[in-house]
Design a protein. Structure first.
Length: 405
């Protein structure tokens, strides 16, 4: 048996409740906490049918995919009960949520949200984030967004959606080829490569204003740009000198510094969370393999020693794992420690590429051909719980996950 001792802080709600207490959650080591999601009740009037269906489904998906919970089939079946109530005042939606320990008959956490009616799902995701924070000590990533490349319009454009595939929105509309989106650490802007002026140039786009700036338009590739964790630097691939090499520049496109200098192709830079190292892909030994170097380009060492074709690395937010794709017939996703140990295969069905961690490291989003075409999928960091989240049947690739909005 294990005992998880958690400090619970009940937040001031509409009735002005506030208290501090401790909750002992006792369960078998291999077990999960049973969580029942109750029906959404009305604060006033009646709950619209779509809301009555949508909110319980949202909570069940969020907390079911998270891992620690087994979603119970009825209110009485779970040790924990999630309750929600919905109302509208004018143009404002109000959502009250509570998590109750049914064994101790004790309220664990309560929150009250208000906002635009169209933001109801975001409010629900925000409470799921809080449930994870209270019960695990780490806030969930459910109010984050996923940017991706889609051919829904017939061209490769950048889109953005909720992490679970809802509310897709098209960001670019230039009828050209747009690739490699990457969020700034703030989540308020992203960079991407576009051929809209003929050359593959790097752009930065502010998400709330739509304003754009062209950061790099050097001859040849200006691609695979990624922000450092502090948002002050961008690593990218340039081929201005005839060979694909990795460079570093400031977030405004200035202060360019070359990091690799090899006759081979060097691509796909990925910053470590502390900004001290960069993982990348090189074929300097004949086949694409993962390497790690210091952020100034020094101390290069090979990371992967198995497999003949390893690409697209990304560091976990905690810095303890690097996820990547290996081609052995089809692409499969692997994770490896930064010292080269513990290489683990996470997928086995279809061809799976472009893995990216969620901001909290609990999940990996990736693209896969397992259901035909190429769609977006979500899994826990250990490879379990693989679930399709694509908003449509279009070709969707290159996902990346922002911090919570």
């Amino acid at each position: 048996m294990r005992i998880l001792l958690i400090l619970l802080l009940l937040v001031l709600g509409p009735q002005g409740f506030a208290a501090e207490s401790y909750l002992d959650v006792t369960a078998p080591t291999s077990g999960k906490m049973k969580l029942a999601v109750g029906p959404t009740t009305a604060l006033s009037g009646a709950v619209p049918g779509d809301v009555a269906r949508e909110l319980p489904e949202l909570f069940g998906f969020d907390l079911g995919i998270a891992g620690p919970f087994e979603i119970a089939p009825s209110e009485g079946a779970g040790a924990l009960l999630l309750k929600s109530a919905y109302g509208v005042q004018g143009d404002t939606a109000i959502l009250e949520c509570r998590l109750v320990d049914q064994v101790l008959n004790k309220e664990i956490i309560a929150k009250r949200y208000s906002g635009r009616i169209k933001d109801l799902r975001r409010m629900g995701h925000a409470f799921s984030d809080e449930v994870l924070r209270v019960l695990t000590g780490e806030k969930g990533p459910f109010t984050g967004k996923i940017a991706y490349v889609s051919k829904a319009s017939g061209n490769k454009e950048i889109y953005i959606m909720d992490y679970d595939g809802h509310n897709p929105q098209r960001l670019t509309n230039n009828g050209s080829i747009n690739l490699y989106p990457d969020f700034a650490p703030s989540g308020k802007e992203l960079i991407y490569t576009s051929y809209k002026k003929g050359n593959p140039d790097l752009y930065r786009r502010e998400l709330f204003t739509g304003q754009e700036a062209r950061l790099s338009s050097r001859s040849g590739l200006n691609a695979m740009g990624v922000f450092s964790q502090d948002g002050n630097k961008i690593a990218l691939v340039l081929s201005k000198d005839g060979n694909s090499e990795i460079y570093q520049m400031s977030r405004d496109g200035k202060d360019l510094v070359r990091l690799t200098n090899n006759h081979a192709i060097d691509v796909s830079p990925a910053w470590s969370p502390d900004g001290s190292r960069i993982a990348f892909v090189s074929d300097r030994l004949g086949k694409p393999q993962l390497f790690v170097m210091d952020a100034n380009g020094g101390n290069v060492r090979r990371l992967t020693t198995n497999g003949a074709y390893n690409v697209t690395p990304r560091w976990s937010p905690k810095g303890d794992r690097i996820v990547y794709s290996r081609k052995e017939g089809a692409f499969q996703i692997h994770a490896i420690s930064p010292d080269g140990s513990g290489d683990t295969q996470l997928t086995s069905v279809g061809s799976n590429e472009h893995p990216r961690y969620s901001p909290d490291g609990r999940f990996i989003v990736f693209s896969s051909t397992r259901d035909g075409g190429e769609g977006l999928y979500l899994m826990r960091a250990d490879g379990s719980g693989q679930t399709r989240i694509s908003p449509d049947r279009a070709q969707n690739t290159h996902p990346t996950w922002s911090v919570n909005w």
